[in-house]
Design a protein around this ligand. Sequence first.
Ligand code: NAI
Length: 463
Amino acid sequence: MANDYIVKDIALAEYGRKELDIAETEMPGLMALREEYGESKPLKGSRIVGSLHMTIQTAVLIETLVALGADVRWASCNIFSTQDHAAAAIAASGVPVFAIKGQSLVEHWDYLDKSFMFEDGPNLILDDGGDATLYILLGARVEQGEDELIAIPKSEEEEAIFAQIKKRMAASPGWFTKMRTQIVGVSEETTTGVHRLYDLKKQGQLPFPAINVNDSVTKSKFDNKYGCKESLVDGIRRATDTMMAGKVAVVMGYGDVGKGSAASLRGAGARVKVTEVDPICALQAAMDGFEVVLLEDVVADADIFITTTGNKDVIRIEHMREMKDMAIVGNIGHFDNEIQVAALKNHKWTNIKEQVDMIEMPNGNRLILLSEGRLLNLGNATGHPSFVMSASFTNQVLAQIELWTRGDNYENDVYILPKHLDEKVARLHLAKIGVKLTELNAEQAAYIGVTPEGPFKPEHYRY
Ligand code: NAI
């Protein structure tokens, strides 16, 4: 099909390709998989629909899936995260992609729908945050007569997805149910999407096996942590150019993303405070040297507020009313409902530049809101660096191979990749940064109850 893509400007392809060439040198895991599987093409026959931030790093992932034999169509999972030159390079390579930085919510669901439009439909989903999975499963339930689902959309987000579901149902009756049957599995990238999958499983609504990529150690303990450590401050700087040294920053949540975010701000010289609900994470934060506080107690004095919880309503309107003039407010969790942005809609907004808004509060104080409350490291900067995304995406490719070649071995449940593959992903990233690994001799290995080749830890080990 001619021009089977929607990108901002196809002329950006050449620039995108140059950055892709650089990214490949920083993504040893993906390049090693191309080397290992390029000839045998284990993904031959697969038709993968991808819904994941359309960045340069994702472009290297897409080209790896293609090199392994997959047919691929792609959309971004976030309206602000696309790098238009990356999307252009992918479109120019002949892979259908539908993603523009700053697309509307309506376009978000329309583009996702377009990414499903293989001639015979897809058979695998590669998801980030669960929107592609949600689209099919929700659509199928509505198609099966659960109309009450669609009756009263509760948010702009829901309105947009239901409008798209209705459009698809009118154009192709029975389509969602057919897709639900023919998809053989999903691999999910992030904490929020993984929560959705376990929920689906609990409700008996998971119709295919799912691989939880997020909880590979080489994903959540690296991308979520070290990735945010680099990209959080990058996003705040590109958005505001504010001096961070000496400022008081509050990080809400001290899970993997919170740990990386707090470290990021500390590294920039900010005085960082943390809020938590989980006593274990609160104790970790305290013992890492952060003051653990209640948001209410510090809200009037802090300069920078970052949510990292994957929860909703963490910064509420009553908090924002208390903040000082020009406080910076942003979120690095997956969805925009961590901050009650909807409650700000009737205030005066002044757009400063793309993904940076100044909002006037009733008392005259102004807030700087980043990426309208959507994940700011991808909205205001370019997300995590290639090297750490290589680890995440190597897990993604291994998960797709597993689902495609051995899917029959799995129930309709949520699985984590086996530890030997997790260790393999890490191993593939050692040489690039000059890491020399000590080898166990047979006696030492026996003494700690492992084999010299690994796995080196029991399942319950927490890293
Ligand atoms: P996690 O579960 O490890 O951490 C979340 C933490 O927030 C937990 O410790 C929890 O106790 C705490 N929390 C929950 N409600 C809270 C509240 N009301 N106040 C204070 N703390 C609260 O999850 P993880 O892996 O850190 O992910 C967090 C979010 O970030 C998810 O939405 C995930 O999808 C997203 N994510 C974003 C990335 C990015 O590049 N922007 C990268 C990876 C994940």
